[in-house]
Design a protein around this ligand. Structure first.
Ligand code: ZN
Length: 210
């Protein structure tokens, strides 16, 4: 079995399957249920990448009836999930070379098959660090945390949540720097769990890079 699903794609599958399960809980109308199922399957068929096991996977997804089925199905997806490539403390230091006294995340606690991005804060300096990985290449992003205790739409996962402002310095015109602020989730784990569109995350990081 070759892993072919990103963590974000697994989350998309969960979201679509839960739509089917939730529809069943709220309606007995067979036509409505069939439509919801068709729409969910069409979304998955369109958005999931091609892989030798895609068809088998979609067929199994179509048979999901309740929450327990979804849980079991997601467990089976584990073997198909491409993990975030584990980064070492050395690798992190390299990404943030200019930082003095860089605070490290707890790497031994990270579930690499459960994240689309790695992020942690240094409460003392109000800094937040973020790392994304694409085909083995890491990109690091640094910003400051402010405006906590707010509610809003997260710029990364696009969902309503407890958020704070993440401010990065980006290059403006004529080499001047300007600040660029966006609201993102306070809870990195929850945010990762909500990401269904990996490109939005990449766009967020790119918009914030100096
Ligand atoms: Zn979020």
């Amino acid at each position: 079995m070759t892993p072919f699903l990103t963590v974000a794609e697994v989350r998309l599958i969960e979201q679509q399957l839960m739509k089917i399960v939730n529809a069943k809980a709220s309606s007995k109308d067979a036509n409505i249920l069939a439509t919801v199922r068709e729409l969910a399957m069409a979304t998955l068929n369109e958005k999931l990448p091609l892989g030798e096991d895609k068809e088998t996977l979609l067929k199994a997804a179509e048979a999901v009836e309740d929450r327990l089925d979804v849980t079991l199905f997601l467990e089976n997806l584990h073997v198909y999930t491409i993990p975030f490539k584990a980064i070492s403390e050395k690798g992190i230091e390299k990404l943030f070379k200019k930082e003095k006294k860089l605070k490290m995340p707890k790497l031994d606690e990270v579930n690499w098959k459960g994240i689309s991005y790695l992020s942690w804060q240094d409460i003392g300096t109000h800094r937040q660090y973020m790392i994304i990985e694409r085909e083995g290449q890491f990109t690091g992003l640094k910003g400051t945390v402010s405006g906590t205790n707010a509610k809003g739409i997260c710029a990364i996962c696009n969902e309503h949540s407890d958020v704070h402002l993440f401010t990065a310095k980006v290059k403006g015109q004529a080499d001047a720097y300007k600040s660029y602020s966006q609201y993102i989730c306070d809870d990195v784990e929850k945010c990762n769990h909500r990401i269904k569109d990996y490109e939005r995350l990449v766009q967020f990081v790119e918009n914030n890079l100096v």
